[in-house]
Design a protein around this ligand. Structure first.
Ligand SMILES: [Zn+2]
Length: 135
């Protein structure tokens, strides 16, 4: 009675790097870690549909909350982004996206400046009123 069948010799693919046998379902060599698929790793499907943010929500928000004229400019550029993407004009879409973002920040900055100016103005007025009523 030979016990050759008990020997746990894997019957899988032989490693091309080190020559040791591996388990049949092994994808990488248990000895050296080399790929057993012969370099035929399934490549992930490459889709070159890049995402271009259109900043439309930002543009609407700054229009409502901060500064109407600059916000409208931002909305105009933001609205161009998806249209240009749909037309395959990727560079144009990126350009519009960048302009929309810029005008969002301009609108936000101007709105913030006006808010500060208004707050300062109100402080001066209230201060003056307080002085007058105290006199
Ligand atoms: Zn190996």
């Amino acid at each position: 009675m030979a016990h050759e069948a008990d020997s746990q010799q894997p019957a899988g693919p032989f490693c091309q790097a080190c020559g040791s046998a591996n388990q049949p379902e092994a994808r990488y060599c248990a000895q050296c870690g080399a790929s057993l698929s012969g370099g035929q790793t399934p490549a992930a499907p490459v889709r070159t549909v890049a995402y271009v943010p259109n900043y439309l929500v930002h543009a609407i928000l700054v229009t409502v909350l901060c500064c109407l004229p600059f916000g409208i400019v931002a909305i105009v550029f933001a609205a161009q982004v998806n249209g240009k993407l749909a037309a395959g004009d990727y560079n144009g879409a990126v350009e519009s996206s960048r302009k929309a973002r810029t005008w969002c920040w301009v609108s936000f900055g101007v709105g913030l400046a006006f808010a500060f100016a208004y707050a300062a103005y109100m402080l001066v007025v209230m201060g003056a009123l307080a002085v007058i009523s105290a006199a």
